[in-house]
Write a protein that binds this ligand. Structure first.
Ligand SMILES: [Zn+2]
Ligand SMILES: [Zn+2]
Length: 421
C-alpha cells in the first residue's frame, strides 16, 4: 500500500462539506467588504521567503520545503501567503489601484513535527490590504474578520490587540527589554537564553512556564511607543468602537520580524489550549519596500483552517449530508423513467442518485440507506404499468404509492419541508 507523506493529510467527505462551508462564508463576507481573490503559485524562488519572512526566523531556518529544481534553481513551497501576495502586487503593478484589498485560500507547507491538528501541508485563508496606512483600515479589516467568525457560528472567541511600535520607537524598547532579560538570563528556558540577543521580543511571547513567570514584570512595549504610534493605536481602538468590535489589550503579544509595525493581533479561543490562536496578523509597513516595491503600507491576517475546522466540529458536528433522494429501479423500462426523473431533480439542484440494476432491489435499498438518502423512489414493473411510483420516507419508514406525473414537484415539496424543520 502506498500511503500519503507524513504530515500530508487527506481531507475526506463528509469533512470536506465543512471546509466548503468555511471557504464559502469567507468568500461571501470578504466580498461585501470589497476584497477580491488572488491566486498565487504554491512555489516561489527561495529568496522571496528569505527576504520576505527573514532569514533568521524559525520558518526560514528550519521549516521550509526548499530544494533545487532540474535547472538547479532553489525553489520553496510557500510556508505562508503574504510574501507571495506582495510579490504579485509589485510584479503586476497593483499599486496603481487606489488600494489593493486581496484575499487567498489555499495550502501552505512547513516541515514541522506533525501533531494533532497540525500538519506539514496545512491551509490558510488570508487577506491583505496594501497601500493604506489609515488606522480606520486596521479596524475595518478586523471587523471583517470578526464578521467572518460570526457568519460561521464561532462565537466564543476573543480579539487580542497590541502595538509593536515602529522602526523609531521599537529599538528603544528592545534595548530596555534586553537589559531586563539579561539580568534574569539564568531563569529563562534554553531557547530564550539564546534569543535574548537575536530576538528578545519573542521571549515575552514564550509559552514555557518559567519564562512566563520571569517576564511577568517585564517592561511593556505600550509604555515605549512614540507619539505617532500611540495616536495610531488610539485611533484603531476608536474605530473598532465605531465598527462595534470588542477587543482586549495584550502587551505581551509580539511578532519577531522587523517589518511588522504598530497594530498586531490574534483571535483566540479557550478551546484551543496554549496554542490558542485561530487567526493572527497585523500591520507590516516595511515589507513592500523590502521586497523591492514602493514604500506603501500593508495590513493582513491569516486564519488556520485546520484549527477552525476542529473548533467547528466540536461545536456542532455540522458535517452531515444534504437531504437527498435515491431512485431504485427494477427493469429496463423503470430505468428509462428513473433516469428521466433523476435528470429533472438534478436540474433543480437537488442531490439525487440512482441505483445500479446489477445490485438488485435489496442491494439498491441498502445503498440508499448507506448514502443517507432522506427519500427513496422505487420503480418496478408493477409501478410502471400503473404509472405510479413508491415514495418512501427513509426516516419514518412510511411509504405510499403516488402518481408518477408531477413526482418531481412532490419531492421538491417534501425536501423543502425537511429543510424547514
Ligand atoms: Zn513609533
Ligand atoms: Zn522561553
Amino acid at each position: 500500500m502506498i500511503t500519503s507523506i507524513r504530515g500530508f493529510n487527506d481531507i475526506l467527505p463528509p469533512e470536506t462539506t465543512l471546509w466548503q462551508h468555511i471557504e464559502g462564508a469567507a468568500r461571501e463576507v470578504f466580498k461585501v467588504y470589497g476584497f477580491s481573490e488572488i491566486r498565487v503559485p504554491v512555489m516561489e524562488k527561495t529568496e522571496l521567503f528569505a527576504k520576505g519572512i527573514g532569514d533568521t526566523t524559525d520558518i526560514v531556518e528550519k521549516e521550509m520545503y526548499t530544494f533545487s529544481d532540474r535547472n538547479n534553481e532553489s525553489v520553496t513551497l510557500r510556508p505562508e501567503g503574504t510574501a507571495s501576495v506582495v510579490r504579485a502586487y509589485i510584479e503586476h503593478r497593483l499599486c496603481n489601484m487606489p488600494c489593493a484589498k486581496l484575499y487567498y485560500i489555499g495550502p501552505m507547507f512547513r516541515y514541522e513535527r506533525p501533531q494533532k491538528g497540525r500538519y506539514r501541508q496545512f491551509h490558510q485563508i488570508g487577506a491583505e490590504v496594501l497601500g493604506i496606512s489609515d488606522p480606520m483600515s486596521d479596524a475595518e479589516t478586523l471587523d471583517m474578520l470578526l464578521a467572518f467568525f460570526k457568519k460561521i457560528g464561532l462565537d466564543d472567541i476573543e480579539l487580542q490587540l497590541n502595538s509593536l511600535g515602529c522602526k523609531n520607537c521599537r529599538p528603544v524598547y528592545r534595548e530596555k527589554l534586553k537589559q531586563f532579560l539579561s539580568e534574569k538570563k539564568e531563569q529563562l528556558c534554553d531557547n530564550c537564553q539564546r534569543r535574548i540577543d537575536t530576538n528578545p521580543l519573542r521571549v515575552i511571547d514564550c509559552k514555557s512556564r518559567k519564562c512566563v513567570e520571569v517576564t511577568d514584570d517585564a517592561p511593556s512595549i505600550l509604555d515605549y511607543i512614540c507619539n505617532e504610534c500611540k495616536t495610531h493605536f488610539e485611533e484603531v481602538k476608536g474605530y473598532l468602537y465605531l465598527f462595534g468590535a470588542g477587543y482586549s489589550i495584550n502587551p505581551r503579544m509580539v511578532r519577531g520580524l522587523d517589518y511588522y509595525t504598530r497594530t498586531t493581533f490574534e483571535i483566540t479561543s479557550d478551546k484551543l489550549g496554549s496554542q490558542n490562536a485561530v487567526a493572527a496578523g497585523g500591520r507590516y509597513d516595511g515589507l513592500v519596500r523590502e521586497l523591492g516595491g514602493p514604500d506603501v503600507s500593508g495590513f493582513g491576517f491569516a486564519i488556520g483552517m485546520e484549527r477552525l475546522a476542529m473548533l467547528l466540529k466540536e461545536g456542532s458536528g455540522s458535517t452531515s449530508h444534504e437531504a437527498g433522494i435515491f431512485i431504485v429501479c427494477i427493469g429496463k423500462e423503470a430505468e428509462t423513467e428513473g433516469i428521466r426523473i433523476l435528470k429533472e431533480l438534478r436540474e433543480r439542484s437537488l442531490r439525487a442518485e440512482i441505483g445500479y440494476h446489477d445490485k438488485g432491489i435489496k442491494g439498491q435499498m441498502k445503498m440508499a440507506d448507506k448514502l443517507g438518502a432522506r427519500f427513496t423512489l422505487i420503480l418496478g414493473d408493477d409501478e410502471i404499468s400503473k404509472r405510479e411510483i413508491t415514495f418512501k420516507d427513509m426516516k419514518t419508514g412510511v411509504q405510499e404509492k403516488v402518481d408518477i406525473e408531477g413526482i418531481a414537484e412532490r419531492v421538491i415539496d417534501e425536501i423543502a419541508q425537511v429543510k424547514k424543520v
